[in-house]
Design a protein around this ligand. Structure first.
Ligand SMILES: Cc1ncc(COP(=O)(O)O)c(C=O)c1O
Length: 407
């Protein structure tokens, strides 16, 4: 176990005044990562339960991923989608084969993957001659990204403020309410876009009944069902693809985040007639699926072939959940019962306490976690986290909680 940094331990933070604001950065400058650990410029170690926001599934500096990146970088870094290249082609084949789907579009991020999904849904209806079927239905509490289209499908007024007018043709329906879906999906619905587990709104899993109703209603009424698996996919909830956990097959799903274990890549994976909706020239990207991220993603999948990560996630996810449950029981005035599944867990914080305060005190104890939604601590560690590291994290978290409550 790495030593627990004493509260307020010395931390240098080199500031770069020209770096534009983004999420709002913590006062910490990370210079290196290895496995589930991050190191700052003063040499402090942090057990990483954020994984670059659910990205580094195999941890930091995984030797096989590093090698695959280096070898591909020494061979071909970029050539564009004007030509074929093996890394993207092979990755598309692998993903299609693993999912039992037909076609894959590559881009560079989750938001872009959802943009592609939105465009695909509309073009699919348009090609079928259904010119009025253009509404993108999303769920309350959704998060699909920050580009204008994905943002329009995101139900968070704070993220919309000051960016209007947003594109039209988006509607929202209550999450986990099959009856509301029944009212909402109609002949104008191009697709229902939904996260099987809502991440940014504080880790809220969809019920099986909700997604099953979505599948049935989309089939009956001619809409596409599209799952946003950007955060909950790639093994995070215990199977490679989130829809496999639910045993419900969407018409398309999006991936990004951990697909290449840290390199930027997004993917829209499509099956059936919809797979032919985007024809040459309809949609495009200069970098999407470029050789280095594609090679990293292929190596990620190759590692999964020999390491049973799903079984591991079940064990360590169960352990982390049990630790969080015990914490919620021990501090009932501060926390509600944890939510989530696999290694995508949330610990809701009760008012008047603030998730961001626990995050700050955790950092002082060498634990990196983050806040999501209105007031939830989110735990999305590398999937390779060991049982010992989970126990270590729980010790640090309890110390951070005690310090926060005493402050
Ligand atoms: C479910 C979901 N969709 C889309 C996105 C957007 O991904 P990106 O930040 O790569 O654009 C996120 C990011 O958190 C996400 O959680």
């Amino acid at each position: 176990m790495n030593p627990i940094v004493a509260g307020g331990g010395a931390r240098l933070v080199t500031r770069h005044p020209h770096l534009m604001q983004n999420y709002g950065r913590l006062e910490i400058n990370i210079v290196r990562g290895e496995g589930c650990w991050l190191y700052d410029e003063s040499g402090n170690a942090y057990l990483d339960l954020v994984a670059g926001i659910a990205v580094c599934a195999l941890g930091h500096a995984h030797p096989r991923i590093t090698r695959a990146i280096a070898e591909q970088a020494a061979t071909l870094v970029h050539v564009s989608n004007l030509v074929h290249h093996e890394p993207a082609g092979t990755l598309a084949d692998r993903l299609a084969e693993l999912a039992g789907f037909d076609a894959v579009f590559f881009c560079n991020s989750g938001a872009e993957a959802n943009e592609a999904a939105i465009k695909l849904a509309r073009k699919h209806a348009w090609r079928a001659g259904e010119r009025e079927r253009n509404v993108i239905l999303a769920a309350h509490g959704s998060f699909h990204g920050r580009t204008l289209g994905a943002l329009s499908a995101t139900d968070n007024p704070a993220y919309h403020e000051g960016f209007g007018p947003l594109p039209g043709g988006f509607a929202f329906v209550d999450f986990n309410d099959p009856a509301a879906l029944d009212d909402a999906i109609d002949e104008r619905t191009a697709c229902f876009l939904v996260e099987p587990v809502q991440g940014e709104s504080g880790v809220v899993p969809a019920t099986h009944a909700y997604l099953a109703a979505a599948r049935r209603l989309c089939d009956e009424r001619g809409a596409l069902l599209i799952f946003d698996e950007v955060q909950c996919g790639m093994g995070r909830i215990g199977r490679l693809f989130a829809h496999q956990v639910y045993d419900i097959v969407p018409d398309a799903f999006t991936l990004a985040k951990s697909l290449a274990n840290g390199l930027p890549i997004g993917a829209l994976v499509v099956r059936g007639a919809a797979a032919a909706s985007l024809q040459p020239g309809d949609h495009g990207t200069t970098f999407g699926g470029s050789p280095v991220p594609a090679a990293a993603a292929l190596e990620h999948l190759a590692i999964r072939d020999v390491v049973d990560l799903d079984a591991h996630v079940e064990v360590v996810g169960g352990l982390l959940r049990a630790e969080l449950l015990a914490i919620a029981r021990d501090f009932p005035h501060a926390f509600e019962v944890p939510r989530g599944t696999g290694l995508m867990l949330g610990l809701p914080v009760r008012d008047p306490y603030q998730a961001k305060d626990f995050v700050r005190f955790a950092l002082d104890r060498g634990l990196f976690i983050n806040a999501a939604g209105r007031n939830t601590l989110r735990f999305v560690p590398p999937l390779i986290i060991s049982a010992d590291e989970v126990r270590d994290a729980a010790v640090r978290l309890r110390l951070a909680i005690a310090a926060t409550l005493a402050a």
